[in-house]
Design a protein around this ligand. Structure first.
Ligand code: SF4
Ligand code: SF4
Length: 351
């Protein structure tokens, strides 16, 4: 049976406030992890400031055809929050008047937003580089989505897709029964129109995230292994593999607590703090727009309802690039996930 979101199950962890309480409270043993801001201060990185917004990430809604165990969005078919065309028009107005070059579209399954197709066409008219975080199975979820590979090709969209493992059982355990088989078919459909093929100019990247309470292995080693196994087993080609650390937010936080792995996992993140990764966190060059138009430092802060520091420019309708570039980034204990080991971001390792 398909899982339901934390929200649909009315669990306390569905509340961002409750998640932040858990992340900041002392453990039963009395142990308290050092504040993330103090760690940054020890390396002259606090307050953390942007280096300049280069990526405009838009979360067009929490609706998804999947209910992955570790989803930080708490997405699923039962989530109805989606971005309206009116808010998309406000995003387009910002993109038309700023030099921000890259637009990163995420969700949920962004393709389920009824205005998705129109939105991509309008961004494309502005000559921006477009990246879509596609969960692959959406391509097969309904015949109405079969247009997607050709549509992505037409607009030169960079496709970034999660595939936690090249073993079906490992992927299905994290993303749901039958997801691996459908993901393979979707990747073959993307390959068939040229995605991931040498010299096609059509970029197809895969995202790996660990199945449990551990940090990802080396990105380059995993990439080689994925390339070899996917080619040999399914004749699939792709460009890059991006490794992403699971942040202790939403359903992954729920998993950590349920499996009694929370303390050990936080300990791992804190002890693997890497100042070089801290200097390169993605919130320094990204702004994240929520389905209702509010602005955040990243998609994780968005799910924790930590809006950007500031006053009236917290909403897309009052977007002020100069003010946003001068803001202090909002940090909390989940940020340790971005700075552990080789670092983690929507673009993979950061060091
Ligand atoms: S991880 Fe992605 S595909 Fe899975 S439920 Fe969340 S938004 Fe959907
Ligand atoms: S979780 Fe967000 S705000 Fe915190 S370090 Fe990572 S990108 Fe920056």
């Amino acid at each position: 049976m398909m899982q339901r979101s934390l929200q649909a199950r009315a669990l306390p962890l569905a509340s961002p406030d409750f998640q932040l309480t858990v992340l900041n409270q002392a453990l039963e043993t009395g142990k308290q992890f050092p504040a993330f801001s103090e760690k940054l201060a020890a390396h002259q990185l606090f307050p953390l400031k942007p280096t300049g917004i280069k990526i405009f990430q838009v979360n067009v809604g929490k609706m998804c055809n999947q209910v992955c165990r570790h989803c930080h969005v708490d997405a699923g078919p039962d989530r109805k929050e989606i971005m309206s065309r009116e808010t998309m028009l406000e995003c387009l107005a910002v993109l038309a008047t700023t030099s921000i070059e890259t637009v990163d579209i995420t969700g949920g399954a962004p393709e389920m937003n009824p205005d998705f197709r129109w939105f991509i066409e309008e961004i494309s008219k502005l000559g921006k580089k477009i990246l879509v975080r596609c969960n692959l199975t959406i391509l097969l979820a309904n015949p109405k989505y079969h247009y997607l590979p050709g549509f992505y090709k037409k607009h030169g969209v960079q496709v970034v897709s999660s595939l936690p493992h090249f073993a079906a059982s490992r992927t299905d355990a994290q993303r749901g029964d039958g997801v691996f088989e459908k993901s393979v078919k979707a990747l073959q459909m993307l390959n068939a129109v040229g995605y991931g093929k040498e010299n096609s100019g059509l970029q197809l990247d895969l995202v790996y995230n660990p199945a449990g309470a551990f940090l990802p292995g080396s990105q380059s080693s995993l990439e080689k292994e994925f390339r070899r196994r996917l080619k040999a087993g399914y004749n699939i080609e792709f460009n890059n593999l991006l490794t992403i650390t699971n942040l202790p937010v939403s359903r992954f936080l729920d998993y950590l607590l349920e499996s009694c792995n929370y303390e050990a996992y936080m300990e791992k993140l804190v002890s693997a703090f890497n100042p070089a990764a801290a200097a390169n966190v993605m919130c320094r060059n990204t702004i994240s727009v929520g389905w209702d138009g509010f602005l955040y430092d990243c998609d994780f802060n968005q799910m924790l309802d930590l809006k950007v520091n500031g006053n009236y420019w917290q909403h897309i309708s009052h977007f002020d690039l100069e003010k946003l570039d001068a803001r202090e980034i909002v940090l909390n204990q989940h940020c340790y996930g971005c700075t552990a080991g080789a670092g983690s971001s929507c673009g993979g390792e950061t060091v």
